[in-house]
Design a protein around this ligand. Structure first.
Ligand code: UDP
Ligand code: MN
Length: 304
């Protein structure tokens, strides 16, 4: 029996507004879970998360200390902590859920019912599904993915992170793309694991991960639409607009860091009107959440 949930990650106060807005955009259909490291957030932030999510799950902060150079190349040194999202692969952590749709905290669903369509794309034999990254289409973007948590899969990923080839970009995306190589149609064959120079391999033994656990599926891009696609291919955005389910603000410009006019619309001279429109949609959900909580509080105060 499938038990599904949506999950996101918040490692610091800066992403709380994003996560709460995402949760509000998804509400009603499937449980919404947030992963947080212990002692990383203020009490006020935790209160917001407990209110916005069905469950708050504590996971250790998992920081990638091996690939600082790659993160510098990406221009995002702060993303060393995104390995923490890999805990969604752990069956133990995600119990009782056995199918998880992970969504970055800088994303929102245009419609919660459409967004649940994401689960249909993890077909029976697959453990993982993701959509193409616009920067390099043979790479999937790991801001949105669906997976079946499994301790064997989690242990294998952990080994790859700590002792294997690690991440090519320093974040979870560079690790997951090396791990789920079949996604782009590459051979699943792994690179030579024994040191070629004859030196002693002092690493712990590699955990066994059955090949069938590495089977992947492709998510339509409509489940992970990034603003850069809007820059590069406006006719496609118009063509697929009615199917768009999840918008993901990958990159530096997050909606909650944008200045707004007094009427609430976003102002940024470097932004096209189409992208400003996506930011305005995020703010509409954000404002709706603020208003809903205000009304709930007023009613509670009245009855108290
Ligand atoms: N994240 C976080 N705190 C940080 C950075 C990242 O909680 O300081 C989490 C959050 O869920 C975020 C995800 O990790 O959405 C990935 O980071 P981000 O979305 O900024 O990366 P991008 O999508 O821009 O590559
Ligand atoms: Mn993101």
């Amino acid at each position: 029996m499938e038990s599904r949930c949506f999950a996101t990650l918040v490692t610091n106060d800066a992403y709380v507004d994003g996560a709460a807005t995402l949760a509000h955009s998804l509400r009603g259909c499937v449980s919404v879970v947030v992963l947080v490291p212990p002692n990383a957030l203020s009490q006020a932030s935790l209160a917001v998360l407990y209110r916005a999510f069905d469950r708050v799950v504590y996971v250790p902060l998992w920081s990638n200390t091996r690939n600082a150079a790659q993160l510098a190349l990406l221009g995002r040194p702060e993303l060393h902590i995104t390995y923490s999202k890999l805990f969604v692969f752990s069956a133990e952590v995600m119990h009782p859920f056995n199918v998880v749709a992970f969504i970055d905290a800088d994303a929102f669903a245009l419609d919660p019912v459409h967004a649940t369509g994401i689960f249909q794309h993890l077909h029976d034999g697959a453990s993982f599904a993701a959509a193409a990254d616009v920067g390099w289409p043979d790479i999937f973007n790991s801001g949105v993915f669906v997976c079946r948590p499994s301790n064997a899969l989690f242990e294998a990923l952990k080994w790859e992170a700590d002792y294997g080839s690690g991440s090519f970009d320093g974040g979870d995306q560079g690790l997951l793309n090396r791990f789920f190589r079949s996604w782009a149609g590459f051979h699943q064959d792994e690179p030579h694991e024994v040191p070629l120079d004859g030196s002693v391999d002092s690493r712990p033994p590699k955990p066994h991960c059955p090949q069938e656990l590495k089977r992947t599926a492709r998510l339509p891009f409509t489940f992970n639409v990034t603003p850069s696609a809007v820059y590069s291919y406006l006719p496609a955005v118009k063509e697929f607009q009615s199917n768009m389910s999840i918008v993901h603000f990958a990159g530096h410009d997050k909606p909650w860091t944008q200045a707004r006019f007094t009427d609430g619309t976003v102002w940024n001279r470097n932004m096209s009107s189409e992208i400003a429109n996506l930011h305005n949609m995020w703010w509409k959900i954000r404002d709706h959440l603020t208003e809903t909580w205000k009304q709930e509080d007023q009613e509670q105060n009245k009855s108290a």
